[in-house]
Design a protein. Structure first.
Length: 375
C-alpha cells in the first residue's frame, strides 16, 4: 500500500488523547496537560494552536517527544512500519472518539496574568513541604519569600516566581505541597508552569549580586537549583546565578535566551538529572554552546562549559540533599562526562556528540540574540 506524504502527515497527527482513551492507558489531567500514571514524566500537550496544529507529547526522563507516530514508537515500542500500519488501522475509531472530545483551541498566545497566582499568608504549607520534605534550609526558604522569589498560593502550593532583566514578573513554577500518588502518579505532587509564562525562560536567582555572573548554574527544577546552592554556593567567591529549565532536553534553548538577556558568564555549569533525559539535555546544550562559539564573539569563545551532575546513585541534586550528607562536587569537562556516561543508557547508539559547529539556519531562535550578545 502506497501512502502519500499528506496522508502520512494526517495519520501521524491524530489525537494522542484519543489513543490513550481507546487503549485504556491511565492518565491525570491538569488544564490541557495529560500526565501518564505509569510514567509520570511523560506529558501530553492537548492544545491545538496555529503554530502547533496537533497534540504533542514529551517524555522528560528520556528526552524524547513528538506526535502520535513518535508516541507509538517510544511508548509502545513499535518500529516505523508497524506504527504506520497501526495508525491506519485505528484511524476510524480515533476519529469517532475525537469528535466527542472537548479540545482546547487557542487562536492567540495566552498572556501571563499575575493576579491568578497571587499569594497568601501565612506560608506554613509551602514552608513545611520545602524544609521538611525536601530538606531545604529554613533560612534559605525565608530569604526566597523575602526577596519575592517564592510565595504560597491560595491552594497551599509553592510558587517560584520568574522575573525578566527589568524585574518584571513574567511567569512561574507551581510546585504542589500535598502528596497524592493516586492523582499525580509516581511524583505524587502537582507540578506545572503557569499559563502564559514567558517562553524559553525560567526561575532564577543570584548570589553575590551583579549585572554579569561569573558562573551560571543550570538545573531542571527550582528545587534542584536551591539544593545545589544550599550545598555549594558558599564554596565560591564572585557573582553566581542559578537557573531552572523546567525540564531537560526540550528546554535547553532557555540557556541561550537567558545568556542573551542577562549576559555571558565566564563559566556555564550544567547540573541536570542523572537519567537519560538529563544526558540528552547535556548533549543538546553542548550543541548550542558549539553554535554560540561559532559566532566568534570573544566573551562566548572564552565561556567554559562544566558538567556538575550529582552522584549517579541519585536522580537529581535534591535527592542527594535529602538522602546523603555527602556534599562532594564532581565537576567534569563535557568530553569526560560523555565518555563516562555514554554506556549507561539504552539509547546510547542514538546519542551523538555535538562537536561540530552548527549552521545558523539550523537554530533560528539563536539569531535574535546574536546582536544582544555582541554588546
Amino acid at each position: 500500500m502506497t501512502v502519500t506524504a499528506t496522508k502520512t502527515d494526517e495519520l501521524c497527527r491524530q489525537s494522542i488523547q484519543a489513543y490513550l482513551d481507546l487503549k485504556g492507558i491511565p492518565y491525570t489531567q491538569e488544564d490541557h496537560y495529560l500526565r501518564l500514571k505509569d510514567h509520570d514524566s511523560l506529558v501530553v500537550d492537548t492544545r491545538v494552536t496555529p503554530s502547533k496544529p496537533y497534540e504533542t507529547f514529551y517524555w522528560n526522563s528520556r528526552g524524547v517527544g513528538g506526535n502520535l507516530f513518535h508516541f507509538l514508537h517510544q511508548y509502545e515500542g513499535l518500529d516505523s512500519s508497524t506504527a504506520m500500519k497501526t495508525l491506519e488501522k485505528i484511524r476510524p475509531a480515533l476519529s469517532r472518539h475525537e469528535k466527542n472530545m472537548s479540545r482546547v483551541v487557542e487562536s492567540k498566545p495566552r498572556v501571563y496574568e499575575q493576579w491568578r497566582w497571587r499569594g497568601r499568608q501565612p506560608t506554613h504549607a509551602s514552608f513545611d513541604y520545602l524544609t521538611k520534605t525536601r530538606k531545604l534550609s529554613p533560612k534559605l526558604i525565608q530569604e526566597m519569600y523575602k526577596a519575592g522569589l517564592l510565595r504560597e498560593l491560595r491552594n497551599g502550593d509553592a510558587f517560584f516566581v520568574w522575573y525578566d532583566h527589568q524585574h518584571k514578573e513574567v511567569g512561574g513554577d507551581e510546585q504542589g505541597t500535598s502528596i497524592n500518588h493516586q492523582k499525580f502518579g509516581k511524583r505524587g505532587t502537582r507540578k506545572k508552569v503557569a499559563w502564559g509564562a514567558k517562553k524559553h525562560f525560567g526561575f532564577h536567582f543570584s548570589v553575590n549580586f551583579g549585572n554579569q555572573p561569573e558562573r551560571l548554574y543550570v538545573f531542571e527544577s527550582p528545587i534542584d537549583a536551591l539544593s545545589f546552592a544550599q550545598m555549594h554556593a558558599k564554596e565560591y567567591h564572585g557573582k553566581q546565578r542559578f537557573l531552572s529549565l523546567n525540564g531537560s532536553g526540550s528546554k535547553v534553548e532557555t540557556i541561550t535566551k537567558f545568556i542573551g538577556e542577562f549576559g555571558v558568564p565566564k563559566e556555564l555549569h550544567l547540573g541536570l538529572d542523572t537519567d537519560l533525559g538529563g544526558f540528552n539535555g547535556v548533549l543538546k546544550a553542548k550543541q548550542q554552546v558549539d553554535w554560540l562559539k561559532s559566532l566568534n564573539i570573544p566573551a562566548l569563545n572564552d565561556m567554559k562549559l562544566v558538567i556538575d551532575q550529582p552522584d549517579h546513585k541519585y536522580k537529581d541534586w535534591n535527592e542527594q540533599l535529602q538522602k546523603n550528607q555527602d556534599k562532594s562536587l564532581h565537576q567534569q569537562s563535557f568530553e569526560k562526562f560523555y565518555q563516562e556516561n555514554k554506556n549507561r543508557f539504552i539509547d546510547k547508539d542514538k546519542a551523538k556528540v555535538h562537536t561540530q559547529k552548527q549552521s545558523q539556519n539550523q537554530s533560528p531562535m539563536f539569531k535574535s540574540y546574536t546582536h544582544a550578545m555582541q554588546h
